[in-house]
Design a protein. Structure first.
Length: 144
């Protein structure tokens, strides 16, 4: 719970070190404000398709390898929002958000060309060797 109001302004992202038993899967991150009275408001969400986790540097698909831990960054875009004192933030990580985001069959086959579906088992690491993080730019208010 926040003691004072906090303003988030800028690009928000979640970096995770992940492992999957499938060659492809999606990682969705949501940032949710939970008010003091218990109401929840989705502030933003984003998705990264694991095979294209390096799309900024390479257009080639890179299937996941079972047993290999890889970093995945989910960009949620830009936000300018003030969170009231007494509220808190929640981070929700999932591998599906249909119909908001199209389904991923987790097979690694060409998109929308496969009727086969696989259930993916994911591991998100958050230890000293494989830290995961939320990048949340906070604006500090000037004190008069």
């Amino acid at each position: 719970m926040l003691d004072t109001e906090v303003t988030i302004t800028g690009r928000v992202s979640v970096t995770m070190n992940v492992e999957s038993n499938c060659p492809d899967t999606d990682f969705i991150a949501k940032i949710i404000e939970v008010t003091a009275d218990g109401r929840s408001w989705l502030l933003m969400d984003g998705v990264t398709r694991a095979m294209y986790r390096d799309a900024a540097t390479s257009p080639d698909a890179k299937p996941l390898t079972v047993g290999q831990v890889v970093p995945v960054v989910v960009s949620l875009g830009h936000l300018c929002h003030t969170i009231a004192a007494g509220s808190r933030l929640a981070v929700d990580i999932t591998s599906s958000n249909f119909p908001m985001w199209d389904r991923n069959p987790n097979t690694g086959h060409a998109f929308a060309q496969d009727a086969e579906l696989r259930i993916a088992d994911q591991v998100i690491y958050h230890d000293e060797d494989h830290p995961s993080e939320l990048t949340l730019p906070i604006v500090r208010a000037a004190i008069e």
